[in-house]
Design a protein around this ligand. Structure first.
Ligand SMILES: [Zn+2]
Length: 265
């Protein structure tokens, strides 16, 4: 029996056969789950009695045998691949959008974002430019967090209440500014289960990676192995702080030749 609470899954772009990915470096591709694998995962969750919910639903009631399903970045495959599969199994989800990337090749156009919202999916913000927030001065951090909310709300005509951190970079300033900007939650890339006692401005999420097997996914939904992942996440955070974000990213892309977890977002 898992601890009471809800695991938040974190997905990125999905791969559709014959369609090129938004980026091709190894550090990106390992976060890209094949569309066919995503369907298998949702089918398995459904047949095992799980429901897929949005962040708003998850924190409202922390339902039993539920996972929150989230997507970062705002890839066009959110609408083309994820949405129909989620709907097929009666699941919902939260899509965190990098507002400054709307309309770029491979990413959602504003009209597609509205369509995704009208299908009943929850829309959150993933900043304006996908800058690593912890590198920024407060004025720039505020712009990334607050202006992206306003921009998305203008497009959608409804409130945007949830934020996720680009690259998983998170600190107390991010939480404070998000709260001041009117968000109700912040999701990080810290792999832990969320309970009613969890700080809503530091929610955990678990990345689903390209190489993860369906049984690994079920284990994650049960909360298995998360404390070990958390130690890995803390080590990475310490390395990032020591090296700086840009050096860390260059090094990571050089070293990434073997499947190993990393806390992107
Ligand atoms: Zn991202």
């Amino acid at each position: 029996m898992r601890a009471s609470g809800v695991v938040f899954l974190m997905y990125h772009e999905l791969e559709l056969e014959g369609r090129s990915l938004c980026q091709t470096d190894p550090g990106y591709v390992r976060y890209v789950v094949r569309g066919s694998d995503f369907r298998t995962q949702m089918q398995l969750l459904s047949s095992d009695g799980w429901s897929g919910s949005s962040v708003g639903e998850a924190i409202a009631s922390f339902p039993e045998r539920a996972v929150a399903i989230t997507f970062d970045d705002g890839s066009e495959t959110d609408l083309l691949v994820a949405a129909p599969i989620l709907s097929e199994f009666g699941f919902t989800a939260t899509f965190y959008i990098t507002s400054g990337w709307l309309g770029r090749p491979g990413f959602l156009a504003p009209s597609q974002l509205c369509e995704l919202s009208s299908l009943g999916f929850e829309i959150g913000s993933h900043s304006m430019t996908h800058a690593y927030l912890t590198d920024l001065e407060e004025v720039d951090m505020r712009r990334e967090i607050s202006d992206s909310k306003l921009q998305l709300e203008q497009i959608l005509g409804k409130p945007v209440e949830h934020f996720s951190c680009p690259g998983g970079r998170f600190d107390a300033r991010v939480a404070r500014i998000a709260r001041e900007a009117g968000y109700r939650t912040v999701s990080t890339s810290e792999p832990r289960i969320n309970t009613p006692a969890t700080n809503r401005f530091a929610l955990g999420r678990v990345a689903v990676l390209r190489h993860n097997s369906p049984s690994e996914l079920l284990g994650v939904c049960m909360g298995r192995g998360l404390s070990r992942s958390r130690i890995g996440a803390r080590l990475r955070e310490a390395t990032r702080s020591a090296l700086g974000n840009s050096t860390y990213d260059r090094l990571r892309n050089t070293l990434l030749r073997r499947p190993k977890d990393d806390g992107q977002g």
